[in-house]
Design a protein around this ligand. Structure first.
Ligand code: AOS
Ligand code: ZN
Ligand code: ZN
Ligand code: ZN
Length: 424
């Protein structure tokens, strides 16, 4: 299934008059609209290979049909997204869910869809068939050296797959921890994990990064060995300059101030990447911006401020990725919504009057500070984001075009109704 240029052009010309009117109004209201559009055009958000199928919970899984059955079909799906919004030009693989078979043909496919290979992810939270040792009691932290060795070797294997494809980062998320008090010597678990990560770090090519993802709880419910940003930062600092912390928005205890975490990690030069999603309770992995759009804006506000202070390029300075999973939506429509929410929050953060905010902060004018941030957040920038997408060759309204072209119906007729994407 492919979306043709003429289909995008037809769709855009139908919506053109309406878009023009809204864009002209927005641009007249927004100082520096052109610079914001330029930055939006460059900004790309990677799509994880595991978000293309219905996620499910332990209570059930309801496939929407036409799910990708292999890496090639996952790339085809992301190719569709990128064609529609021109901001999803990267894929993140999870090994062994996605084993690239023929490297040359996978690379050719990536070139055809204009996709880059983002960070590769290792998996030591599930046992694979034919695996010698079980990860039931952890992987890189395990009390058994042979189990640690198996997990280290898996990560090195993942780096090799990434090198073949031209990726330049490894993301390590560990389920390691304990579920009952006393189960684990926490200091030893930390030290074992550090030694294991050091061996993995040694295997990184010079220009590579390793992202240490943290998570407060689940699947372990008493302690997690990389449980918060402090623990992740400890690992990253001890490992060295190629190691960074990765922030997944769903991995904090309730009401954590994520924007402050981001600001300080950036200040330390140790923020590596993002997993965007949204949640009401915990690691819900809902559509980005669907529950707490103001928080998303506040996070981007710190990102833009902190990256500018360090002279970092917004588009390439950090690893931007979505990490979502859902039961009830068409995954491709969900991802279009998530990317749109990210672009909107980024655009809003670019619009913040930094000089005025700094002045108001210097005078401790609390009311003015709030007025500046909320005034920006409540400015409707949807037409600005749409204009950036149009200039990049995308669709005026990606979800509308996706539905008008009956993309899901076509995927179902090509792949079948009862397909199950590999992954969770
Ligand atoms: C798990 O909660 C994490 O978010 C990881 O990033 C994980 O590798 C990914 O979500 C796939 O399960
Ligand atoms: Zn994640
Ligand atoms: Zn998450
Ligand atoms: Zn998660």
């Amino acid at each position: 299934m492919q979306i043709e240029n003429y289909q995008i052009e037809e769709h855009n010309s139908q919506l053109q008059a309406d878009h023009r009117r809204r864009f002209d109004f927005a641009a007249s209201e927004v100082p520096g609209a052109e610079q914001i559009i330029e930055k939006l055009v460059k900004f790309q958000v990677a799509i994880p290979s595991w978000a293309l199928g219905t996620g499910g919970t332990r209570f059930g899984r309801f496939s929407g049909g036409g799910e990708p059955r292999n890496l090639e079909e996952k790339m085809e799906d992301i190719g569709l997204l990128h064609k529609l919004n021109r901001s999803s030009g990267a894929i993140s693989l999870h090994i062994p869910w996605d084993i690239p078979g023929n490297i040359a043909s996978i690379k050719a496919l990536a070139a055809q869809y204009e996709l880059k290979f983002d960070a590769v992810n290792s998996n030591t939270f599930q046992d694979q068939p034919n695996q010698a040792h079980s990860y039931k009691f952890g992987s890189l932290q395990n009390v058994d050296k042979a189990i640690r060795k198996q997990a280290i070797e898996h990560n090195i294997e993942v780096i090799k797959h990434g090198i073949d494809l031209g990726s330049d980062a490894l993301t390590v998320w560990l389920a390691d921890g304990s579920t009952f008090p006393g189960q684990l010597n926490m200091r030893k678990a930390f030290q074992n994990t550090l030694e294991s990560l050091q061996e993995i770090y040694e295997a990184l090519p010079d220009h590579w990064k390793v992202f240490v993802e943290y998570k407060a709880y689940e699947p372990n419910f008493y302690s997690t060995t990389v449980g918060d940003w402090g623990q992740s930062l400890l690992f990253a600092n001890k490992l060295g300059p190629k190691a960074y912390t990765l922030v997944d928005l769903g991995h904090h205890l309730p009401n954590a101030n994520i924007e402050q975490i981001v600001a300080l990690l950036l200040m330390e030069g140790k923020l590596g990447g993002f997993h965007f999603n949204d949640s009401k309770y915990g690691d819900d992995d809902l559509t980005t911006g669907s529950i707490k759009p103001y928080q998303l804006f506040l996070i981007f506000n710190e990102l833009v401020e902190g990256m500018d202070a360090r002279g970092m390029d917004h588009a390439t300075g950090l690893g931007w990725m979505i990490d979502a999973s859902h039961n009830v939506k068409d995954p491709l429509e969900d991802l279009l919504q998530s990317v749109e929410a990210i672009m909107l929050a980024y655009a809003q953060a670019l619009l913040v009057d930094r000089k005025a905010l700094a002045e108001a902060q210097a005078e401790s004018d609390v009311v003015r500070c709030q007025e500046i941030l909320q005034g920006t957040f409540r400015t409707d920038l949807r037409a600005i984001v749409a204009e950036a997408r149009l200039r990049a060759g995308g669709a005026a309204n990606p979800i509308k075009l996706y539905r008008d072209l009956k993309v899901r119906e076509k995927l179902i007729s090509g792949r079948g109704l009862k397909t199950v994407a590999t992954g969770l």
